[in-house]
Design a protein around this ligand. Structure first.
Ligand SMILES: OC[C@@H]1[C@@H](O)[C@H](O)[C@@H](O)c2nc(CNc3ccccc3)cn21
Length: 450
């Protein structure tokens, strides 16, 4: 298909992405159990402006309106996550039928609108009951809990949902939640805790993939990673070495483990005593064949030697130029660089760009519109580099904007706006931004560019 950006493969999917805790709200409705983000956001000082996702975008009640907006965007696909604690309020055991019913209605609504559901099983919102029992992902037995959760939802929705992502960004919620303290459960521990949690997540991923394939005929199974090509800040040996360590932590730890069944030797040596306990067969258990790799990409990573995250010892350098509300550099070529890096080293069968977007201080103009020219430029420029990577043979089969609508941005609350749709979080009014109209034109099938 051809659009204003250029030529894309037939069947290329134009999508948008969200996550349960960031949009649903209704945290005490429909039998939903408490999760670690409910706890974390109600911990004084944890979230900017003391905000939380108790209501968020009220998507739990407004999902029909939101599907209609997805149709206005001409979406082929919608990536969303299921809240584990809506399905199993205590993390395991008794299934909450009201939770299944909510997602069943949502999935039926998407299919009726001609939109393919791409489901993420875990987007950071662990049931609190599992956190309380053995510290969540630090307990190896949690793998069985994730298997039960996978079994319940794939039996319920596998007749209609074919694309299943096990985890969103395992590195972020383990390092962020167990070392940096920036994400739930907000613990500041040794890197060893994050590596142990991550090892269990990888095991859960492998076990979950098996269950998905047993329960869902013609399923497509993948995982989503935030891969960042590391550029040394200078040619100084200490910066080059720091960039290699960052690449090992940020990229090769995940790609080698999940696609090759081995932890990278240089990082194993670096982590030393912090390494997780690896039981016989673990590495084979996690490295199950994948149908696709999801990549979230937003920025470039310029790395220098520093004191962050001992023993990785790196620091991010923010080059001059345009920056977003997140303090991230706008560097559209990052999408091309990432795709070439992954394709040349690992050659996954299919890739989806599962998140790409920009946080801006969007406002409604007196004319009632949101003129987000910078987001249009960001999307246009990243899509141009995406198209170049595809033309050079990288097997990208779809692109999901982060995000459908302005939502709860974790520890930063509601201030960073990433949406194609503006949300007034006081009134819940939705307003399509100019970037939404731009994206709808890109995604429109009959857009013929002569
Ligand atoms: O920050 C924007 C989004 C966030 O809302 C999504 O839930 C999450 O999947 C997501 N991942 C990234 C990229 N990775 C990243 C995570 C934490 C800090 C910096 C970058 C950005 N985002």
């Amino acid at each position: 298909m051809k659009n204003a950006i250029g030529e894309f493969p037939e069947g290329f999917l134009w999508g948008a992405a969200t996550a349960a805790y960031q949009i649903e709200g209704a945290v005490t409705e429909g039998g939903r159990g408490k999760n670690i983000w409910d706890t974390f956001t109600h911990t004084p000082g944890a979230i900017k402006n003391g905000e939380n996702g108790d209501i968020a975008c009220d998507h739990y009640h407004r999902w029909r309106e939101d599907i209609a907006l997805m149709q206005q965007l001409n979406l082929d696909a919608y990536r969303f996550s299921i809240a584990w604690s809506r399905i199993l309020p205590q993390g395991r055991g008794t299934v909450n039928q009201a939770g299944l019913d909510f997602y069943s209605r949502l999935i039926d609504g998407l299919l009726e609108a001609g939109i393919q559901p791409f489901v993420t099983l875990y987007h950071w919102d662990l049931p609190q009951a599992l956190q309380d029992e053995g510290k969540g992902w630090l307990r190896r037995g949690i793998v069985e809990d994730f298997v039960q959760y996978t079994d319940v939802v794939t039996r319920a929705f596998g007749d209609r949902v074919k694309h299943w992502t096990t985890f969103n960004e395992p590195g972020v919620f383990t390092w962020g939640g167990y070392v940096l303290g920036e994400d739930a459960p907000g613990w500041r521990m040794q890197p060893g805790a994050a590596l142990t949690a991550l090892h269990h997540v990888f095991l859960a991923h492998g076990a979950s993939a098996q269950v998905i394939r047993e329960n869902v005929p013609q399923s497509q199974v993948g995982i989503v990673l935030d891969i960042n090509v590391a550029e040394p800040a200078s040619e100084a040996p200490e910066d080059v070495a720091a960039a290699l360590r960052f690449d090992g932590m940020q990229n090769r730890w995940f790609l080698d483990a999940l696609l090759r069944g081995e932890y990278p030797a240089d990082m194993v040596a670096l982590f030393g005593e912090q390494m997780p306990r690896i039981e016989t067969g673990d590495m084979q258990r996690m490295a199950v064949p994948l149908d696709y790799l999801g990549i979230n990409i937003y920025r470039r990573s310029v790395i220098a030697h520093g004191d962050e995250l001992v023993p990785v010892n790196y620091c991010r350098v923010l080059p001059p130029g345009e920056h977003t509300l997140m303090g991230w550099e706008v560097y559209p070529k990052c999408i091309y660089d990432i795709l070439k890096y992954v394709n040349e080293r690992y050659g996954p069968p299919k890739i989806y760009i599962t998140e790409n977007g920009i946080a801006l201080p969007d406002e409604v103009s007196p004319d009632g519109h949101v003129h987000d020219e910078r987001r249009i430029a960001y999307l246009r420029d990243h899509l141009t580099y995406l198209q170049r990577a595809i033309a050079e043979g990288v097997p990208v089969r779809g692109y999901f904007v982060w995000t459908l609508m302005d939502n709860f941005e974790w520890a930063l609350g509601f201030e960073p706006r990433f949406g194609l749709i503006y949300v007034d979080h006081q009134t819940q009014q939705r307003i399509m931004k100019d970037s939404g109209y731009f994206y709808a034109d890109i995604a429109k099938k009959e857009t013929a560019v002569k």
